[in-house]
Every structure is written in C-alpha cells, then in structure tokens.
Write a protein that binds this ligand. Structure first.
Ligand code: NAI
Ligand code: HPV
Length: 387
C-alpha cells in the first residue's frame, strides 16, 4: 500500500486514476507522495517516508527544491498541462486593458434601478471607449508552453508579435509561428512593444526583471501583463510607473497589498490555471508521474532529478538510486552487486547538474544487506528496491 496526501484540492478525475493500492492520508508526514498546487511547502517538515512531490501545475517556487534534492525526494511538475488555460486568460487580460469592459460593466451594475438606462447608455459610453489589439505590437518574454501559445494566438488577433527567450527549447521553437519576430535582446522588445507579457519561471535571474530600468526603456502607455509570478515585477517601481502614466495598465494574476487598488492595475485572483480542463489535465499528469515513479522507478518531468525511463518493471527486481553526480558512483554500485554475485540484467544512468539517477534491473532476489551497502556509498541520497 502507498500513502499520498493532497496539500491542495486535486481534481477527482486525476485522483481516481490511483489504483486501490494508493490510500489518501490526513497527515503529509505519513505520505510517500504529496500532490500540491500553490500551497507553500517551504516551512513544512518533509516526512521520512516521502519519495516524491507532484506539483499539479508549472511553477515550483512553492517547493523547497534544494532540500528535496538533498533528501532524495523527486519533484515533478506537469509541463504544458495548464498552458491553454493561462493563454486564454492572458488574451482576456489584453482585452480588459484595451477596452474598459470592467468600468463599463460596473457602471451598468450601478444603474440597476434606473428606468432610463437604455437612453443614458448612449450618452455615457464614450467614457469607456478603448483601442483595438489589431496592428499593435506584443512582446512575449519566455517562449515555453504558455509563451508560445500566447504568441501564436496574438498573431491571429492581428498583432505584430516579438518573442524573447535565449533558452528556447527546440520543441517550443518548432511550435512557434514563423511570423513572430525574434527579439535578440530584452531592450529591443521593451522599446518596440505596446503590450508586454512575461512567461518565465521565478528564478534568481528573473526575479525583479521588470523594474524601473526596464520600464524606462518601454513606450509611454505600455500595457504589462504578468501571469507568471508577482516577484518578477518590482512592485514599487510598477506603482510609480502606473501613477506617472508611463504604464497604462498592469494586468496581474497575483494580488498583493502593494498593487491592489492602484490606478491602472487590473488584478485577477490567480485564475490562470483555474479551469476545469487545466485542473483535470494537471491532476491526471501528476498522478501518472507519481505512480510511474513509485511503482516502476521511472522519472518523467522532474524538475530536480533527470528523466530516466526503463519501462515497466516486469518480473525483475529493480534497484533505484538517487545520488550525487560524481565519478565512480556506477563503479561502486556494480562492485557491491558483483561481490554479492548479482547479475545486472539492465541498467540506466542519467545526470542532471550535480545530481544523478541510476536504475538497475537484477534477475534475482536482492537481499537487504546489498541495499544497505548501496545506501552507505558516499553521495547516495536514496536507494529503493522495487519488487
Ligand atoms: N497564472 C497561473 O495560473 C500560471 C502561472 N504559471 C507561471 O508561468 C511560468 C511559465 O509557465 P510555462 O510556460 O508552462 O513554463 P515553461 O517552462 O514551459 O516555459 C518557461 C520559459 O521561460 C524561458 N526562460 C527562462 N528564463 C528566461 C529568461 N531569463 N528570459 C527569457 N526566457 C526565459 C525558458 O527557456 C522557457 O522556455 C511558470 O513558471 C509559472 O510561474 C504557469 C502556469 C499557470
Ligand atoms: O501552474 C502554475 O504555475 C500556477 O501558477 C497555477 O497555480 P494553481 O495550480 O492554480 O495554484
């Protein structure tokens, strides 16, 4: 039996894919697998049994990644599973910033009791007039799962799109419409665009990237959209830019005390991925990754350990080792197995930065003392025997 715990509500359609071998537990400390959306895990103590955390979503800044890696806990996310949900809300965000839909609807609501509403509308509507997206320039920073969808969709709205991503994957580059201009620098994108949308993860290198210096380079009346993370934008600088009129609107999916209520800020309560479809997709993928890791040891879509897949375990005993990526680890593992007269039927080893993962199929039973010896090798973080 395996124990899992959900730190946030996870869509039923995903949880229903757990077989009867998986039982939900009340306390995260008793779980081998944790499923989470945006709940912060930074202050949490990780349980001794914990094997993996599946983030049903993209951003993993709520998870203590370094600690997980050191403790041999594999962290998964669900790449692309909520990208369409976010794309659609970004398009809505651009429209909300271009047409005063919110102001207009609020005005109508206030006139609920007004018998003259039809007549008054025709006089009042000029206060809510806007501009069109067609022909405007959109800059997309970060061309991953979401950025590519936003960029491509915007071309269909008649926008002239500039994309910036120095680390773009080959896969994403293939999906990108050929009509999108390749911005080689952020400065170029900042200077050209009427709308700028950010779709990068919150990393040391990206936190605070939209600051006074960046906004100084932008056009007056620019619209900035942030459906990635609040920390990417220096909010004090943003408040100044909104109040001075440099930035026309800041559309953000992240309410914070500094930005809520500031003139020109259109703030949404983190709804990017809150659609039935995205929630279902994320939950299904998170559960699949969890079961595949727990039962077969396969790693797919991990953010802290390398992907490594040896298929279904079948009849063999499978040993999996999470370890530091340094010389002679495999040599030591095979010596221990050789000394115990164990025959390696199949094996795979993959590295990711300072850490690595080794899977070894053995065509006989593996005694506990062999596992203990493997676990005592310097640099090994976690050993599992799957039988
Ligand atoms: N509002 C919401 O509900 C949601 C927000 N997000 C946020 O959006 C972010 C992006 O999501 P996805 O597109 O799914 O992730 P992704 O991993 O597919 O794409 C991220 C892209 O950013 C690029 N990148 C990294 N550093 C960069 C830099 N300094 N400059 C330019 N590009 C850079 C990467 O090369 C990659 O192509 C997530 O990390 C998350 O924080 C994601 C899903 C839902
Ligand atoms: O996937 C992400 O990065 C998101 O921001 C979505 O968060 P959520 O799952 O809606 O709490």
């Amino acid at each position: 039996m395996y124990h899992y715990h959900c730190l946030n509500p996870i869509a039923e359609v995903g949880l229903n894919r757990f077989t009867e071998n998986y039982i939900p537990v009340k306390d995260a400390k008793d779980a081998q697998a944790i499923l989470v959306r945006s709940a912060s895990m930074h202050e949490m103590e990780l349980g001794k049994e914990l094997l993996c955390i599946a983030r049903a979503g993209a951003g993993v800044n709520n998870i203590p990644l370094d600690q997980c890696t050191k403790e041999g806990v594999v962290v998964f996310n669900t790449p692309g599973a909520n990208a369409n949900g976010v794309k659609e809300l970004v398009i809505a965000g651009m429209l909300l910033a271009s047409r005063d839909i919110i102001g207009g609807v609020n005005w109508v609501q206030e006139k609920e009791e007004d018998g003259n509403i039809a007549k008054e509308t025709e006089k009042a509507k000029k206060a809510f007039a806007g501009r069109e997206l067609d022909g405007k320039k959109l800059g997309v920073i970060g061309l991953g799962a979401i950025g590519v969808l936003v960029a491509n969709a915007a071309t269909h709205l008649g926008m002239d799109v500039y994309g910036y991503d120095p680390y773009v994957s080959v896969d994403a580059a293939w999906r990108l419409s050929r009509s999108i201009h390749h911005a080689k620098t952020l400065d170029e994108l900042y200077k050209e665009c009427d709308y700028i949308t950010v779709h990068v993860p919150a990393l040391e290198s990206t936190i605070g990237m939209i600051d006074k210096n960046a906004m100084t380079l932008m056009k007056k009346n620019v619209v900035i959209l942030n459906f990635a993370r609040d920390t990417l934008v220096n909010e004090e600088d943003m408040v100044d830019a909104l109040l001075s009129g440099k930035v026309k609107n800041y559309v953000s999916d992240f309410p914070t005390p500094k930005i809520v209520g500031v003139k020109g800020a259109i703030v949404i309560p983190h709804l990017g991925a809150s659609t039935e479809e995205s929630e279902d997709n994320c939950a299904k993928m998170a559960v699949k990754e969890t079961m595949n890791y727990i039962e077969n040891g396969n790693i797919k879509n991990s953010v802290n350990y390398p992907d490594c897949d040896m298929g279904f375990r079948g009849e063999n005993s499978r040993i999996t080792l999470l370890h530091e990526n340094k010389p002679n680890m495999i040599g030591q593992f095979s010596n221990i197995l050789g000394e115990a007269s164990m025959n390696i039927a199949d094996m795979s080893n993959k590295g990711k930065k300072s850490f690595a993962y080794t899977m070894i199929d053995i065509d006989s039973e593996v005694p506990q003392d062999v596992i203990d010896k493997l676990a005592s090798v310097d640099g090994v973080k976690k050993v599992r025997l799957l039988t």
